[in-house]
Design a protein around this ligand. Structure first.
Ligand code: NI
Length: 198
């Protein structure tokens, strides 16, 4: 008899699979990820589930497969309502899993916002992104997704798709003086408030 027999059957849970997150400097973060031939393949669904668990554990709002050392075009993200700017429309409910995602900008508006990345721990910076986009992809269930996104929702999607092309958020920054440690971010926020008052 193994130890498991001591547990009530329905209490035995599959252990969470936390994946190791690649950090800036690892070459996998700089490579272009390959398209997934069959989004409905079981291995894709399993990887996505583990990525969501890893993202939640690390308290991130998005994760791309290259960040867990897998060079495939797969992203997971969620748009928490408590992180939205005032008046910003809510994102989709729950976690979105997208295979082979793509986006295009809607209009010319560029928004500045503070970003971080699980591959660049404790660092933040102000990054310009398209304010509004349309993005497309396929879920592991084989459903096609096409959504318009604005604000934080659009920002997360652009950040994650960048990962699939080997691009990290500092590459997108136009003002490197805003690159800072999270523990110093109050200074950045104070500056942003001041300039908003101008
Ligand atoms: Ni990132």
């Amino acid at each position: 008899m193994g130890q498991l027999s001591l547990l009530n059957g329905n209490q035995v849970k599959t252990p969470m699979a936390l994946l190791k997150i690649a950090r800036m400097g690892h070459p996998v973060l700089r490579q272009r990820a390959a398209p997934v031939d069959d989004p409905t393949e079981e291995s894709v669904r399993r990887l996505a589930v583990h990525m969501v668990e890893t993202m939640d554990d690390a308290q991130g709002i998005g994760l791309a497969a290259p960040q867990v050392h897998v060079g495939r075009r797969l992203i997971v993200f969620e748009v928490p309502s408590d992180r939205l700017e005032e008046g910003e429309p809510p994102g989709p409910a729950g976690v979105t899993i997208l295979v082979n995602p793509e986006f295009e900008p809607v209009g010319d508006a560029i928004a500045l916002g503070i970003e971080g990345c699980l591959s660049i721990p404790d660092i933040r910076g102000v990054v310009p992104r398209h304010q509004t986009i349309i993005y497309r992809g396929v879920t592991p269930a084989g459903d096609r997704v096409e959504r318009e996104a604005t604000g934080l929702h659009a920002r997360v999607v652009q950040h994650e798709i960048d990962h699939l092309d080997g691009i990290l958020f500092p590459d997108r920054m136009t003002d490197l003086t805003t690159l800072c440690f999270e523990s110093e971010i109050r200074h950045l926020l104070a500056d942003a408030e001041e300039s908003a008052d101008d």
